[in-house]
Design a protein around this ligand. Sequence first.
Ligand SMILES: [Fe+2]
Length: 325
Amino acid sequence: MNVKLTRQENESGDEALATQGFGRIADQRPPEFDPEADRDAACDFFTDNGFVVLKACLPSDDLATLNNFYDRTQRESPEVWGLGARRKPHHRNQGLIFSQPLLDYPELDRFTQHPGSYPLVEQILGGAERVRFSEFNFRETPENAGIGTMNFHHDAVSADRLIREPYMPCDWLCAIHYLSDVGPTTPAFCVVPGSNRFETLREVFDAQGDQYQETPIYGNAGTCVLYDTATFHTRLDGDGIASRRTWHQYYARGGWLRSTLPTTNKYVRAPSPVLTNWNLFPERLALHPDAKKRLFFSHWNTAQCEWVASGFDPQVRKSMPRGEQ
Ligand SMILES: [Fe+2]
């Protein structure tokens, strides 16, 4: 893929600058795959690049349902979005976040394994029995939010990602669904393809040479980006005026998996660790009557364990950092 320079390219080696990228923006958009017809090709692209873009993953009625959910809950429960008088620390500088909507809104349960993107999630993580739920939240950059600066970063990573063979399936996977149209004037997700087996962005830049590029992901509402959480990424701000809505869901890899390291061929990968020490699953999901659903919601952190032990006591939930919302 050809690249062009749209910001001054930073080749000074200054790591403080490097965290904001090297300014080498891809001049071609990455391919968009049909999540059903092109599923195998989409899986291969993800394996090669650490991300993949899926088109039209949400039918118009689902888009309307989710956007109406934003409108209704922002109106009726502004505090859960950080819109009340007391803005919470985890809402600052990130736009608006509704961190744990599943706790109190069972109507959202069907979105946790959405038929648009979920079959590919299963394929990427090695089969239906390997996928675990991690986290589900809604985010919005409101109109006139201004320009913040998010650095390129990766999310959760495991140390063995640098040396294990095979690399796939990855440890965690995030699905970002665009709930509004995303283009150059709006905030946009941006990735560095093939960056998931490096410790720093500088190492990616040095190793990839002329191939290094930063790839903005534009797309219509309903577009889904799946990315390996080890892939370097950021949020481009757009013009600071236009708004954007996104639904973020994280999945983890479950089960034990034979693998190899350079030093031993007897390596077994454990289930991926939990992503946070605060994220909670409600009783109807954690103790679901369907064993397959219980397995899907089985990656509990210690806060969840304590909440389960209490019999899902609302007071225990309320004492947790984002339990009150
Ligand atoms: Fe991130």
